[in-house]
Design a protein around this ligand. Structure first.
Ligand SMILES: C[S@@+](CC[C@H](N)C(=O)[O-])C[C@H]1O[C@@H](n2cnc3c(N)ncnc32)[C@H](O)[C@@H]1O
Length: 283
């Protein structure tokens, strides 16, 4: 007997096109299993009886905006953990924050462009907290820092805003010191302290859309998201993000990602094994 999750090759192509148009994600051939496993949850929450029915509605344009958003949400990969690429966070504390605190006027703004369930922007916020409490911060004016976390997936943003994490989530990348300093046990997990959450605001945002309304930033973390897009989309997004940086601002991909060739508005920065980029033009 066929399950209600079976899809034909043509239906798979419809999902590929829908996702690419809606959020830029390129779903490679052979990933039918991913569609089947992820659409199951959408079927349970909507009126559609089978993946075929749902895909037909996407194809003919009958699916409501809420259903379309739910499909996008279900198809995103939200893997993340605390201090992912730990060296980059060390560099943030050691080099980037001191320099920005010294040279910038007004509030520092940092964008976590694919924030998922919050571990990345909150790790940044913990670095800011640690830097501001350290002797290294003596002599610098204490500056306000605003961190903006954006993601297309509303479900991970809800988790991020709640800032309550399970033991398992905490066990991934967080050291014991930070755990005891910044988390408090609550009925359903560990609540992150307000000193860390208050610096971060979250917003649903599709990286395919124009960025101007987000304002200018001093640092952009754009890590482990461009891998899902085509080379053209990736290049376009990085070029547009560079325009959101203040002069001399910093741009961080993950340690396993590289800037597409020819994007010479950004220049390599960083020291030793830690690679990142800066907008040309000094502070
Ligand atoms: C693998 S997670 C990376 C999380 C974090 N940056 C890290 O490195 O740990 C990728 C995130 O990108 C988000 N995403 C995918 N396509 C997007 C788009 N078009 N606009 C905004 N966010 C998107 C997904 O929802 C997902 O939460």
């Amino acid at each position: 007997m066929l399950s209600n999750l079976e899809i034909t090759p043509d239906e798979f192509k419809v999902v590929q096109k829908f996702l690419c148009d809606a959020c830029g994600i390129v779903l490679n051939d052979g990933k039918e299993y991913l569609v089947k496993s992820r659409l199951g949850a959408v079927l349970r929450e909507t009126e559609y009886n089978s993946a075929s029915d749902l895909i037909k509605a996407l194809r003919v344009g009958n699916a409501s905006l809420a259903v379309q958003a739910r499909v996008v949400d279900a198809m995103t990969t939200n893997e993340t953990f605390w201090f992912r690429d730990a060296n980059q966070f060390e560099e943030l504390k050691r080099v980037i924050l001191p320099e920005l605190m010294k040279n910038r006027a007004g509030t520092l703004r940092i964008w976590s462009a694919a924030s998922s369930s919050g571990q990345e922007p909150y790790s940044i916020s913990m670095c800011v907290e640690e830097f501001q409490r350290s002797p290294a911060a003596n002599g610098f004016p204490k500056k306000a820092v605003q961190i903006v976390g954006t993601d297309i997936s509303t479900s991970v943003l809800e988790e991020a805003k709640r800032a309550v994490y399970s033991d398992l989530a905490l066990s991934r990348g967080l050291n014991q010191d930070y755990r005891s300093r910044y988390f408090q046990k609550c009925s359903d997990g560990w609540r992150l302290h307000e000193s860390i959450t208050s610096r971060v605001r979250f917003q649903q945002f599709n990286l395919l859309k124009p960025y101007a309304a987000l304002g200018k930033f001093d640092v952009i973390f754009c890590r482990n998201v461009l891998i899902y897009f085509s080379e053209d989309v990736k290049r376009d997004m990085i070029a547009r993000m560079a325009q959101c940086l203040n002069p001399g601002g910093y741009f961080l991909l993950s340690s396993t990602e590289a800037l597409p060739r020819g994007l010479d508005i950004l220049t390599p920065a960083g020291s030793g094994m830690v690679r990142y980029h800066r907008l040309k033009g000094g502070c």
